[in-house]
Write a protein that binds this ligand. Structure first.
Ligand code: NAP
Length: 308
């Protein structure tokens, strides 16, 4: 098959770090254009807006949307309306309803919509899922703590309404948890800590359960300096499972079971090619739904102002 002619929208950190190198190595795609107000990509046609790009490059068959979530709906709607398949960075939107609307539009037009969750493609995630499917889970603890100044320097959108604050990384943990657990969970309690000068939380503590009374807690914090923590620990009838380093490494009772170099974005593009070729969409809203529930149910606590 000839490669899918692809365009990138929003040439920022993740587009440069992950999308461009992954697309370059995948023969299923040919990057033909980019749209970004400031960023550009060498060797292809660059435009300041998605409207101009879609008008001037009719050969585009699919677009990857790498801008912040607050601007994703408008771009996705334009691309789908113009007959293009759409790959959306995580989180897929600023609200659940707008993503449902896009899913319906993609369906009506016979196009593929991909709500990507890169952390689900971390190397040890499938092994963790298989282990949890084979045992009884007694409790699970998620600790996702990182230094926002290191990972998000000068990114204002993460602190604005709809930018999700600490849930921007926290939703990665939720995308893993919702994939590896055998049954759906739901939030029973949450506390969200908002810096007094910001519209999005810097930390969150969440308690979940399921129909069988599972004890599941999650701690998200953006104030961690030094060692960063991206760990999911489960007490099970067959030992303690530790899925660490954001899903890269799996140990059971201290014995390393799985560790490989990460290939998250190459795997995402492999999946996107698969769904385009199969004529279907891949949109799982469970991680975003939990974030919405945390905002709906969570107590709000104001903490010290945050400055970059
Ligand atoms: P970023 O560095 O701020 O880049 C996003 C780009 O989108 C900007 O450079 C900007 O390019 C464009 N954009 C369009 N409208 C914008 C607006 N209103 N405000 C700011 N930028 C706007 O952000 P990023 O880190 O790449 O994150 C983008 C998405 O990828 C987010 O949903 C994030 O959760 C996800 N993601 C990020 C990472 C990471 O490590 N950073 C990892 C995985 C996923 P122009 O100014 O040229 O238009």
């Amino acid at each position: 098959m000839s490669p899918i002619h692809l365009a990138i929208v929003g040439v920022g950190k993740i587009a440069r770090d992950q999308h461009l190198p992954s697309i370059a190595k995948n023969p299923d795609f040919k990057l033909v254009a980019a749209a970004s107000r400031h960023g550009t990509v060498d060797g292809i046609d660059n435009f300041k807006s998605i409207d101009e790009m879609l008008e001037k490059v009719p050969a585009i068959q699919a677009v990857s949307l790498c801008m912040p979530p607050q601007n994703r709906y408008e771009a996705a709607h334009k691309a789908l309306s113009a007959g293009k398949h759409v790959f959306m960075e995580k989180p897929p939107g600023a609200t659940l309803s707008e993503v449902a609307d896009l899913e319906a539009l993609a369906d009506a037009k016979g196009l593929s919509l991909f709500a990507s969750w890169h952390s689900r493609y971390a190397p040890a995630v499938e092994a963790a899922k298989a282990f949890l499917d084979s045992t009884i889970i007694r409790s699970m603890k998620v600790v996702w703590k990182e230094d926002v100044r290191h990972w998000h320097p000068n990114q204002e959108w993460i602190w604005q309404a709809g930018g999700l604050g600490v849930f921007d990384p926290g939703i990665n943990a939720l995308s893993i948890v919702t994939h590896i657990l055998p049954r759906p969970v739901f939030i029973t309690k949450a506390t969200l800590e908002f810096p007094e000068n910001r519209d999005a939380p810097i930390a969150a503590g969440i308690t979940f359960t399921d129909a069988h009374g599972l004890d599941l807690t999650a701690e998200f914090d953006w104030r961690q300096t030094g060692k960063q923590s991206w760990d999911i620990v489960a007490a099970t009838d067959d030992g303690e499972m530790v899925l660490s380093e954001g899903g890269a490494k799996l140990s059971i009772d201290g014995v390393l079971k799985h560790e490989e170099p990460e290939q998250e974005y190459p795997m995402l593009y492999k999946r996107f090619a698969e769904i385009v070729q199969a004529g279907k969409s891949d949109v799982d809203l469970a991680p975003l739904r939990h974030v919405a529930d945390a905002f709906m149910l969570g107590r709000r606590k104001f903490v010290d102002a945050f400055y970059d």
